[in-house]
Design a protein around this ligand. Structure first.
Ligand code: URA
Length: 327
Protein backbone atom coordinates (compact mmCIF):
# COMPACT_ATOMS: atom_id res chain seq x y z
CA UNK A 1 0.00 0.00 0.00
CA UNK A 2 1.20 3.51 -0.78
CA UNK A 3 0.87 6.37 1.69
CA UNK A 4 0.26 9.98 0.76
CA UNK A 5 0.35 12.89 3.18
CA UNK A 6 -1.28 16.21 2.40
CA UNK A 7 -2.12 19.38 4.27
CA UNK A 8 -4.90 21.88 3.85
CA UNK A 9 -6.91 24.54 5.61
CA UNK A 10 -10.28 25.96 6.45
CA UNK A 11 -9.79 29.65 5.65
CA UNK A 12 -12.04 32.19 7.30
CA UNK A 13 -12.46 35.93 7.54
CA UNK A 14 -14.72 38.11 9.69
CA UNK A 15 -17.21 40.34 7.94
CA UNK A 16 -19.79 42.43 9.85
CA UNK A 17 -19.24 40.20 12.88
CA UNK A 18 -19.92 37.04 10.84
CA UNK A 19 -17.50 34.19 10.19
CA UNK A 20 -17.20 33.48 6.46
CA UNK A 21 -15.42 30.44 5.02
CA UNK A 22 -13.60 30.35 1.70
CA UNK A 23 -14.71 27.54 -0.61
CA UNK A 24 -12.98 26.95 -3.93
CA UNK A 25 -15.05 26.06 -6.94
CA UNK A 26 -14.32 23.63 -9.76
CA UNK A 27 -16.45 22.83 -12.80
CA UNK A 28 -16.64 19.10 -13.43
CA UNK A 29 -17.81 17.79 -16.77
CA UNK A 30 -19.89 14.64 -16.61
CA UNK A 31 -19.69 11.90 -19.23
CA UNK A 32 -23.40 11.96 -20.14
CA UNK A 33 -24.68 14.81 -22.32
CA UNK A 34 -21.54 16.71 -21.43
CA UNK A 35 -23.34 18.14 -18.35
CA UNK A 36 -21.47 20.48 -15.98
CA UNK A 37 -21.42 20.21 -12.23
CA UNK A 38 -19.96 22.62 -9.67
CA UNK A 39 -17.84 21.10 -6.93
CA UNK A 40 -16.47 22.88 -3.89
CA UNK A 41 -13.34 22.08 -1.96
CA UNK A 42 -10.67 23.58 0.28
CA UNK A 43 -7.05 24.43 -0.55
CA UNK A 44 -4.93 21.37 0.05
CA UNK A 45 -2.02 19.48 -1.47
CA UNK A 46 0.99 17.22 -0.93
CA UNK A 47 3.44 17.89 1.85
CA UNK A 48 6.74 18.29 0.00
CA UNK A 49 10.01 16.79 1.21
CA UNK A 50 11.49 18.79 4.08
CA UNK A 51 8.24 20.69 4.65
CA UNK A 52 6.14 20.56 7.82
CA UNK A 53 2.38 20.11 7.48
CA UNK A 54 1.90 23.75 8.60
CA UNK A 55 4.33 25.03 5.95
CA UNK A 56 2.60 22.93 3.29
CA UNK A 57 -0.82 24.31 4.27
CA UNK A 58 0.43 27.91 4.13
CA UNK A 59 2.09 27.29 0.74
CA UNK A 60 -1.03 25.64 -0.70
CA UNK A 61 -3.17 28.57 0.49
CA UNK A 62 -0.81 31.00 -1.22
CA UNK A 63 -0.73 28.95 -4.44
CA UNK A 64 -4.44 28.12 -4.66
CA UNK A 65 -6.00 31.25 -3.17
CA UNK A 66 -3.21 33.86 -3.27
CA UNK A 67 -3.81 34.69 0.39
CA UNK A 68 -1.42 35.41 3.25
CA UNK A 69 -2.84 33.89 6.42
CA UNK A 70 -2.04 33.15 10.02
CA UNK A 71 -2.82 29.66 11.31
CA UNK A 72 -4.94 29.43 14.44
CA UNK A 73 -2.56 27.98 17.06
CA UNK A 74 -2.84 24.37 18.28
CA UNK A 75 -5.72 23.27 16.06
CA UNK A 76 -5.17 20.44 13.59
CA UNK A 77 -7.34 17.51 12.59
CA UNK A 78 -6.78 14.82 9.99
CA UNK A 79 -9.07 13.11 7.53
CA UNK A 80 -8.06 9.65 6.32
CA UNK A 81 -9.26 7.63 3.35
CA UNK A 82 -8.28 5.04 0.75
CA UNK A 83 -8.51 5.22 -3.00
CA UNK A 84 -7.21 3.28 -5.97
CA UNK A 85 -4.91 4.64 -8.68
CA UNK A 86 -3.76 2.30 -11.48
CA UNK A 87 -5.06 -0.58 -9.33
CA UNK A 88 -2.78 0.47 -6.52
CA UNK A 89 -4.41 1.05 -3.11
CA UNK A 90 -3.40 4.40 -1.67
CA UNK A 91 -3.89 5.49 1.91
CA UNK A 92 -4.25 9.25 2.16
CA UNK A 93 -4.10 11.45 5.21
CA UNK A 94 -4.89 15.15 4.99
CA UNK A 95 -3.98 17.31 7.98
CA UNK A 96 -6.24 20.35 8.20
CA UNK A 97 -5.55 23.64 9.94
CA UNK A 98 -7.62 26.76 10.49
CA UNK A 99 -6.29 29.87 8.76
CA UNK A 100 -7.43 33.43 9.32
CA UNK A 101 -7.18 35.55 6.17
CA UNK A 102 -5.31 38.83 6.62
CA UNK A 103 -7.30 40.34 3.72
CA UNK A 104 -9.88 39.03 1.27
CA UNK A 105 -8.03 39.58 -1.99
CA UNK A 106 -8.38 36.04 -3.31
CA UNK A 107 -6.45 35.10 -6.45
CA UNK A 108 -7.25 31.54 -7.48
CA UNK A 109 -4.93 29.29 -9.47
CA UNK A 110 -5.78 27.45 -12.73
CA UNK A 111 -6.79 24.46 -10.63
CA UNK A 112 -10.10 26.15 -9.73
CA UNK A 113 -12.76 28.04 -11.63
CA UNK A 114 -14.00 30.37 -8.88
CA UNK A 115 -14.47 30.93 -5.16
CA UNK A 116 -17.08 31.99 -2.64
CA UNK A 117 -17.04 33.31 0.92
CA UNK A 118 -19.88 31.51 2.70
CA UNK A 119 -21.36 31.37 6.17
CA UNK A 120 -21.17 28.07 8.04
CA UNK A 121 -24.54 26.66 6.88
CA UNK A 122 -24.14 27.20 3.10
CA UNK A 123 -20.45 26.25 3.27
CA UNK A 124 -21.43 22.92 4.88
CA UNK A 125 -23.93 22.29 2.08
CA UNK A 126 -21.38 22.96 -0.62
CA UNK A 127 -18.47 20.85 0.56
CA UNK A 128 -18.28 17.54 -1.24
CA UNK A 129 -16.79 15.19 1.32
CA UNK A 130 -18.76 14.14 4.42
CA UNK A 131 -15.57 14.17 6.51
CA UNK A 132 -14.99 17.81 5.63
CA UNK A 133 -18.56 18.77 6.49
CA UNK A 134 -18.17 17.11 9.91
CA UNK A 135 -14.86 18.83 10.45
CA UNK A 136 -16.33 22.19 9.45
CA UNK A 137 -18.67 21.99 12.49
CA UNK A 138 -15.68 21.46 14.77
CA UNK A 139 -13.77 24.25 13.04
CA UNK A 140 -16.68 26.68 13.42
CA UNK A 141 -16.93 25.89 17.13
CA UNK A 142 -13.16 26.32 17.48
CA UNK A 143 -13.18 29.71 15.76
CA UNK A 144 -15.92 30.93 18.11
CA UNK A 145 -13.88 29.75 21.10
CA UNK A 146 -10.73 31.41 19.71
CA UNK A 147 -12.46 34.74 19.26
CA UNK A 148 -14.06 34.53 22.72
CA UNK A 149 -10.70 33.69 24.33
CA UNK A 150 -8.97 36.56 22.52
CA UNK A 151 -11.63 38.94 23.77
CA UNK A 152 -11.38 37.55 27.32
CA UNK A 153 -7.59 37.92 27.29
CA UNK A 154 -7.91 41.51 26.06
CA UNK A 155 -10.16 42.31 29.04
CA UNK A 156 -7.93 40.36 31.44
CA UNK A 157 -4.81 42.22 30.23
CA UNK A 158 -6.58 45.50 31.13
CA UNK A 159 -7.13 44.44 34.75
CA UNK A 160 -3.89 45.98 36.16
CA UNK A 161 -4.75 49.33 34.61
CA UNK A 162 -8.12 49.65 36.33
CA UNK A 163 -7.34 48.10 39.73
CA UNK A 164 -6.24 50.31 42.66
CA UNK A 165 -2.90 49.49 44.32
CA UNK A 166 -1.97 46.76 41.80
CA UNK A 167 1.05 44.85 43.15
CA UNK A 168 1.49 42.14 40.52
CA UNK A 169 3.37 42.37 37.20
CA UNK A 170 1.37 44.05 34.45
CA UNK A 171 2.17 41.36 31.84
CA UNK A 172 -0.67 38.94 31.31
CA UNK A 173 0.50 35.33 31.02
CA UNK A 174 -2.49 33.80 29.22
CA UNK A 175 -3.36 30.14 29.28
CA UNK A 176 -2.26 28.07 26.30
CA UNK A 177 -3.22 24.90 24.47
CA UNK A 178 -6.17 23.56 22.52
CA UNK A 179 -9.32 25.43 23.37
CA UNK A 180 -11.37 22.23 23.16
CA UNK A 181 -9.08 20.19 25.42
CA UNK A 182 -10.69 17.55 27.58
CA UNK A 183 -8.06 18.21 30.22
CA UNK A 184 -7.07 21.47 31.85
CA UNK A 185 -4.01 21.87 34.08
CA UNK A 186 -4.15 24.74 36.55
CA UNK A 187 -1.19 26.16 38.48
CA UNK A 188 -0.78 29.00 40.95
CA UNK A 189 0.68 32.06 39.22
CA UNK A 190 3.44 32.67 36.65
CA UNK A 191 7.07 32.88 37.72
CA UNK A 192 9.78 35.27 36.48
CA UNK A 193 10.49 33.28 33.27
CA UNK A 194 6.80 33.06 32.48
CA UNK A 195 6.45 36.82 33.05
CA UNK A 196 9.24 37.51 30.55
CA UNK A 197 8.02 35.06 27.91
CA UNK A 198 4.32 35.61 28.67
CA UNK A 199 3.75 31.87 28.51
CA UNK A 200 2.73 29.60 31.42
CA UNK A 201 5.01 26.90 32.82
CA UNK A 202 8.09 27.53 30.68
CA UNK A 203 10.64 27.74 33.53
CA UNK A 204 12.05 25.02 35.80
CA UNK A 205 8.65 24.07 37.24
CA UNK A 206 7.27 23.86 33.71
CA UNK A 207 10.03 21.57 32.49
CA UNK A 208 9.49 19.26 35.42
CA UNK A 209 5.73 19.39 34.92
CA UNK A 210 6.10 18.33 31.26
CA UNK A 211 8.31 15.40 32.30
CA UNK A 212 5.95 14.25 35.07
CA UNK A 213 2.86 14.61 32.88
CA UNK A 214 4.57 12.41 30.28
CA UNK A 215 5.44 9.78 32.88
CA UNK A 216 1.85 9.90 34.08
CA UNK A 217 0.59 9.24 30.55
CA UNK A 218 -0.28 12.77 29.39
CA UNK A 219 1.11 14.98 26.68
CA UNK A 220 1.37 18.74 27.20
CA UNK A 221 0.43 19.42 23.59
CA UNK A 222 -3.02 17.92 24.25
CA UNK A 223 -3.91 19.85 27.41
CA UNK A 224 -4.88 23.44 28.17
CA UNK A 225 -2.50 24.88 30.75
CA UNK A 226 -2.96 28.03 32.82
CA UNK A 227 -2.79 29.64 36.26
CA UNK A 228 -5.32 30.80 38.86
CA UNK A 229 -3.67 34.25 38.82
CA UNK A 230 -2.20 35.11 35.44
CA UNK A 231 0.19 37.90 36.49
CA UNK A 232 3.58 37.37 38.16
CA UNK A 233 3.59 38.12 41.90
CA UNK A 234 6.94 39.83 42.70
CA UNK A 235 9.45 37.64 44.56
CA UNK A 236 7.29 34.67 43.57
CA UNK A 237 5.10 35.25 46.61
CA UNK A 238 1.72 33.61 47.05
CA UNK A 239 -1.04 35.78 45.50
CA UNK A 240 -3.19 37.45 48.16
CA UNK A 241 -6.87 36.55 48.65
CA UNK A 242 -7.83 39.91 47.12
CA UNK A 243 -5.70 39.19 44.01
CA UNK A 244 -7.26 35.74 43.64
CA UNK A 245 -10.74 37.26 43.88
CA UNK A 246 -9.90 39.84 41.20
CA UNK A 247 -8.76 37.06 38.86
CA UNK A 248 -11.46 34.51 39.76
CA UNK A 249 -14.09 35.72 37.23
CA UNK A 250 -11.55 35.26 34.39
CA UNK A 251 -10.61 31.81 35.67
CA UNK A 252 -14.27 30.80 35.75
CA UNK A 253 -14.91 32.22 32.29
CA UNK A 254 -11.93 30.31 30.90
CA UNK A 255 -13.18 27.06 32.41
CA UNK A 256 -16.66 27.52 30.97
CA UNK A 257 -15.23 28.42 27.56
CA UNK A 258 -13.03 25.33 27.35
CA UNK A 259 -15.54 23.02 29.07
CA UNK A 260 -12.97 20.40 30.08
CA UNK A 261 -14.07 17.02 31.42
CA UNK A 262 -11.04 16.79 33.71
CA UNK A 263 -8.75 19.17 35.56
CA UNK A 264 -5.41 18.72 37.28
CA UNK A 265 -5.10 21.18 40.16
CA UNK A 266 -1.46 21.81 41.02
CA UNK A 267 -0.86 22.80 44.63
CA UNK A 268 -2.88 24.38 47.42
CA UNK A 269 -3.96 27.59 45.70
CA UNK A 270 -5.44 25.87 42.60
CA UNK A 271 -7.04 23.09 44.69
CA UNK A 272 -8.55 25.57 47.13
CA UNK A 273 -9.72 28.09 44.53
CA UNK A 274 -11.22 25.61 42.07
CA UNK A 275 -12.32 22.67 44.23
CA UNK A 276 -12.46 24.19 47.72
CA UNK A 277 -9.90 21.61 48.95
CA UNK A 278 -6.71 22.72 50.72
CA UNK A 279 -4.00 20.60 52.38
CA UNK A 280 -2.66 18.99 49.23
CA UNK A 281 -0.17 17.01 51.36
CA UNK A 282 -3.03 14.92 52.78
CA UNK A 283 -5.51 15.20 49.87
CA UNK A 284 -3.30 14.56 46.84
CA UNK A 285 -4.49 11.77 44.56
CA UNK A 286 -8.17 12.48 45.29
CA UNK A 287 -10.45 12.97 42.30
CA UNK A 288 -13.30 15.28 43.16
CA UNK A 289 -16.26 16.21 40.98
CA UNK A 290 -16.94 19.97 40.75
CA UNK A 291 -19.73 21.26 38.49
CA UNK A 292 -19.51 18.08 36.42
CA UNK A 293 -15.71 18.27 36.01
CA UNK A 294 -13.47 15.63 37.59
CA UNK A 295 -10.62 17.40 39.40
CA UNK A 296 -7.40 15.70 40.45
CA UNK A 297 -5.76 17.23 43.53
CA UNK A 298 -1.98 17.03 43.39
CA UNK A 299 1.22 18.85 44.32
CA UNK A 300 2.61 21.88 42.58
CA UNK A 301 5.77 20.94 40.59
CA UNK A 302 7.71 23.49 42.69
CA UNK A 303 7.04 21.16 45.65
CA UNK A 304 8.60 18.33 43.64
CA UNK A 305 11.63 20.55 42.88
CA UNK A 306 12.05 21.06 46.64
CA UNK A 307 11.41 17.43 47.69
CA UNK A 308 12.28 14.79 45.11
CA UNK A 309 9.93 12.33 46.83
CA UNK A 310 6.96 14.37 45.60
CA UNK A 311 7.86 13.56 41.97
CA UNK A 312 6.83 9.92 42.40
CA UNK A 313 3.66 10.95 44.22
CA UNK A 314 2.73 13.32 41.39
CA UNK A 315 3.34 10.63 38.75
CA UNK A 316 1.17 8.17 40.61
CA UNK A 317 -1.57 10.83 41.02
CA UNK A 318 -1.45 11.51 37.26
CA UNK A 319 -1.68 7.78 36.52
CA UNK A 320 -4.72 7.53 38.76
CA UNK A 321 -6.46 10.19 36.68
CA UNK A 322 -5.33 8.49 33.47
CA UNK A 323 -6.97 5.26 34.67
CA UNK A 324 -10.14 7.12 35.58
CA UNK A 325 -10.27 8.65 32.10
CA UNK A 326 -9.78 5.22 30.50
CA UNK A 327 -12.76 3.71 32.43
N1 URA B 1 4.40 28.12 38.63
C1 URA B 1 3.08 28.25 38.36
O1 URA B 1 2.21 28.03 39.20
N2 URA B 1 2.74 28.64 37.13
C2 URA B 1 3.63 28.88 36.17
O2 URA B 1 3.23 29.24 35.05
C3 URA B 1 4.99 28.72 36.47
C4 URA B 1 5.35 28.34 37.72
Amino acid sequence: MLFQYSAGAFIYKKSNGKVLFLVLQKIRRGTEHNEKRLEYDLPKGHIEKGESAEQAAIREIKEEAGLSVSLVPYFHEATKYFFYENRQKIFKQVKFFIAKAGNDKVRISDEHTGYEWQEYGPAAQKLKHKDLVKLLGKVYDYIKRTEAMEELNRRYAELPHGAKGWQLSKNLVPGEGRLDSQLMVIGQAPGKNEDIKQRPFVGRSGMLLDKLLKKGGFNRSKVYIMNVVQFFPPENRMPTDAEVELCRPFLEEQISLIKPRYMILLGNLASMTVAGIGEVQSNHGKIIEKSGIKCLITFHPAAALRFRGNEELMISDFRKLKQDIAK
